[in-house]
Design a protein around this ligand. Structure first.
Ligand SMILES: C[S@@+](CC[C@H](N)C(=O)[O-])C[C@H]1O[C@@H](n2cnc3c(N)ncnc32)[C@H](O)[C@@H]1O
Length: 240
């Protein structure tokens, strides 16, 4: 079998392999793996995954009455972890095989196959989040369009988590070469890196407050080179 040529292939194949296994609903570890949290440079244990979930809940002040939508929800690992803590979730992803799994896992009627740049601003949700997705986008222009859509869809706050830090690209790539070998890390698929100033300028354009923090997933190689962005409507209540 040929190797994946695009990130889309990587994600779609993950979902197809799960569906082909004949299993109907993934367990918690399998679900995290379907979201890529089993790679050599993420190497997450579930404790680390829970820390990320708790950081997302706290930094966006997600409460029992909030609805939460995720752009790039994959098989639903994050949304599944958020579902018991909020009033309802929805999400979309461009990989149909992963959306298939998310529909089995989540208690939601709003899970769609969609490119992030095609997300519909309606219906609105209180909080719109994207976790570990922006690094797969083709360029900053695409990322800008997606943030604008997320802001239009969000009543209160937008969260973009696990963004590759442009200021630390060389260090990160060295770490990836050490983990994967030169061929796989360099000849493999490209990831997108974004400057923190990209988000602060964008938030200002959109009239949103913006807080950027280093990743809390310090147990993973990738996490050391990534950051999280929280944007909130002025007068809203997003904890930093
Ligand atoms: C690391 S996984 C994270 C999944 C989920 N956000 C979570 O935290 O459980 C990245 C996801 O982004 C999705 N993705 C990447 N690029 C996308 C795009 N342009 N539009 C929609 N989904 C995309 C992939 O299909 C994959 O499910």
């Amino acid at each position: 079998m040929n190797g994946p040529r695009t990130w889309y292939d990587v994600w779609q194949r993950k979902g197809e392999r799960f569906v082909a296994s004949g299993r109907v609903v993934p367990g918690r570890v399998e679900l995290a793996a379907l979201s890529g949290y089993d790679s050599r440079t993420s190497a997450l244990d579930l404790g680390e995954f829970d820390r990320q979930r708790d950081h997302i809940v706290t930094s966006l002040r997600i409460g029992a009455t909030d609805t939460v939508y995720e752009v790039g929800c994959g098989a639903g690992a994050l949304l599944h972890a958020l579902e018991p803590r909020c009033a309802g979730v929805g999400g979309s992803d461009y990989a149909p095989a992963l959306v298939d799994v998310a529909r089995r896992v989540l208690d939601s009627g709003d899970v769609e196959v969609l490119e992030a740049s095609d997300v519909n601003p309606r219906p609105r949700y209180d909080v719109v989040v994207s976790n570990g997705v922006f690094l797969y986008f083709p360029d900053a222009e695409y990322a800008r369009d997606v943030v604008a859509l997320m802001a239009a869809k969000a009543r209160r706050a937008v969260g973009v988590f696990d963004v590759n830090d442009l200021a630390r690209r060389e260090e990160h790539q060295r770490a990836r070469r050490a983990a994967y070998g030169v061929q796989e890390a360099v000849g493999g698929l490209r990831q997108l890196y974004l400057d923190r100033a990209f988000f602060t300028a964008l938030a200002a354009d959109l009239g949103l407050r913006c807080v950027i923090r280093d990743s809390v997933m310090t147990g993973s190689v990738n996490g050391r080179y990534r950051y999280n962005v929280v944007m909130s409507r002025r007068g809203g209540s997003s904890r930093t």
